[in-house]
Design a protein around this ligand. Structure first.
Ligand SMILES: Cc1cc2nc3c(=O)[nH]c(=O)nc-3n(C[C@H](O)[C@H](O)[C@H](O)COP(=O)(O)OP(=O)(O)OC[C@H]3O[C@@H](n4cnc5c(N)ncnc54)[C@H](O)[C@@H]3O)c2cc1C
Ligand SMILES: NC(=O)c1ccc[n+]([C@@H]2O[C@H](COP(=O)([O-])OP(=O)(O)OC[C@H]3O[C@@H](n4cnc5c(N)ncnc54)[C@H](O)[C@@H]3O)[C@@H](O)[C@H]2O)c1
Length: 462
């Protein structure tokens, strides 16, 4: 049987957020779009299948657990809840794109054979796709640090396996205390696992201000997570039902044992199977596809969106990448990565830590004239919501330009921080002052009404 050949106006490789949204936009505009995804378990990409959605649902389940619940049974039910939701989202993602009259989803690994052509799949099932415009959206994969014994350990688990596991490990060691590591540490500790985090940096969350990082650490440790900073992991040795992880701290050797071992030391762009050489697309030393501010690669008809282009690894950044590419292909071609201002982040521990803009330390390092508005969540009288939901841990902090009253940054370690930070980011983007935020009307009881009070607790920055 001769291989099938398809031609499209636009070929999208990878069903991540950016590729998906671009494919929808282009198909809605009448263009013939072929989207290639290598796994039938990944329609919609990392976020809804093995990333944001399952982990945030696990945060929800884990924190709702009662001590009277049987830990194993509750965990298994929670994972089943996640599986049901992710399956539904996956099916929806496939159907909503493939169901469009001018869009086709192909399942298989795409490999370039020349700058305008890829093959998908193998043998008789192989399909050849050609297109004048190609979007690369192949995402990222975990880095396994070169620690002797780690990659070959029977106890090595991936974040994906942890979102799909059927048995709750008694003990979990997480190597790396960044976004992924701390989220899993918090989730699993709440489910009842004993979690140890081994972080190489001298302090946890080193980019945050000391007071914020210390409060986050206090909360995690208060929940029972053991956190070891300044830890150099040297060796992993399997010993039957557990792995022994050896590490050095302050020149001394220690070890910790666990049945599950999660490397959470960053994620690298996925380009391995693409045969980018055949397309003439260049990558940087870190493996990311090189792009300009319009996300054009070294081949102007090929764009790269999402984690694979080396930008910040967040779903909403991949989404914004799709806006830039759609503006190139259907619009005025003006939108670029340079337009991004005040992009917020949320670390989904419990309560979450959401940040935007400058920290106090960064404002100081930049020599700015600033003030700091800061208050512990438990002390914010104007925000009884924390008491009504029985989560009064945390700290809210704003960095304010002392000359203009504009907000330079915020760190909110608080219930609902993942929502409230978006209002702060909007205020920064649209030049709304701290005084205006302080004197606005908010619903009650809500977390946003903390603004009414915290912006009044101002001290000079130093
Ligand atoms: C556990 C976890 C939790 C996270 N939580 C959050 C969060 O709460 N909030 C947030 O904003 N971000 C979160 N992230 C990050 C976020 O998931 C990623 O930044 C985002 O999903 C990246 O999307 P993308 O568009 O780059 O591509 P992806 O969604 O990664 O999709 C890439 C797709 O390309 C496919 N592919 C790869 N190579 C080929 C090929 N050669 N041919 C065909 N298909 C191919 C892959 O199978 C995959 O489906 C989390 C990540 C993880 C791992
Ligand atoms: N809520 C969210 O938005 C969310 C959640 C999970 C993941 N993500 C995305 O996924 C990306 C990957 O997450 P991540 O946590 O793997 O990476 P990360 O870069 O956020 O953190 C990696 C951590 O590992 C530490 N580390 C590196 N090598 C080490 C070693 N050998 N031993 C001990 N510690 C070591 C680093 O110091 C750092 O603290 C993040 O950058 C983030 O953008 C986002």
């Amino acid at each position: 049987m001769a291989p099938t050949t398809l031609s499209a106006d636009v070929l999208v490789i990878g069903f991540g957020k950016g590729g998906k949204m671009a494919a929808h936009g282009l198909a809605d505009a009448g263009q013939r779009v072929v989207l290639v995804e290598r796994s039938a378990n990944m329609y919609g990409g990392t976020c809804p299948n093995v990333g944001c959605v399952p982990t945030k649902m696990l945060v929800h389940y884990a924190t709702a657990r009662h001590l009277k619940d049987d830990a194993q049974e509750y965990f298994a039910d929670s994972v089943e809840g996640v599986r049901a939701l992710t399956s539904a989202f996956r099916a929806g993602n496939f159907a909503s794109l493939d169901g469009k009259p001018t869009a086709t989803v192909l399942t298989g690994t795409a490999r370039f054979t020349d700058p305008h052509t890829v093959t998908v799949g193998e043998g008789d099932d192989r399909v050849t796709v050609t297109a004048p415009t190609i979007l690369l959206n192949t995402g990222s994969a975990p880095v396994i640090p070169p620690i002797p014994g780690l990659a070959t350990s029977e106890h090595l688990v991936s974040s994906t396996e942890l979102t799909q596991a059927t048995a709750l490990p008694e003990r979990l060691v997480v190597v790396g205390g960044g976004y992924l590591g701390l989220e899993f540490a918090s989730i699993y500790q709440h489910f009842g696992t004993h979690v140890t985090v081994l972080e190489a940096a001298a302090e946890l969350l080193p980019r945050e201000d000391d007071d914020i990082a210390a409060t986050a650490r206090e909360i995690l440790e208060g929940d029972g997570v053991r956190i070891i900073t300044g830890a150099k992991v040297t060796k992993v040795v399997d010993r039957g039902a557990v792995a022994r992880v050896e590490y050095e701290q302050d020149g001394e050797t220690h070890s910790v044992e666990a049945g599950a071992l999660l490397p959470a030391t960053g994620r690298r762009p996925v380009t391995d199977d693409l045969h980018l050489d055949a397309a003439g697309v260049k990558t940087a030393a870190n493996g990311a596809i090189e792009v300009d501010e319009y996300l054009r690669t070294s081949r102007p008809h090929i764009y790269a969106l999402g984690d694979v282009n080396g930008g910040p690894q967040f779903t909403y950044v991949s989404l914004d990448d799709s806006r830039i590419v759609l503006d190139q292909l259907l619009g005025q071609g003006e939108r670029s990565t340079a337009d991004r201002v005040a992009v917020p982040r949320t670390l989904f521990i419990t309560p979450p830590l959401a940040t935007v803009g400058l920290s106090e330390r960064e404002a100081r390092e930049q020599g700015l004239n600033f003030t700091v508005a800061r208050e512990k969540v438990a002390d914010i009288v104007a925000m009884p919501r924390a008491y009504t939901v029985e989560e009064t841990r945390g700290l809210m902090k704003f960095v304010i330009d002392a000359d203009t009253d504009l907000i330079l940054g915020a760190a909110l370690l608080s219930i609902d921080a993942q929502e409230v930070i978006n209002t702060v980011a909007l205020a920064i983007r649209h030049h709304i002052t701290a005084t205006e935020l302080r004197s606005s009307i908010y619903t009650h009881p809500s977390t946003t009404e903390a603004f009414n009070e915290v912006f009044g607790k101002v001290t000079p920055g130093h």
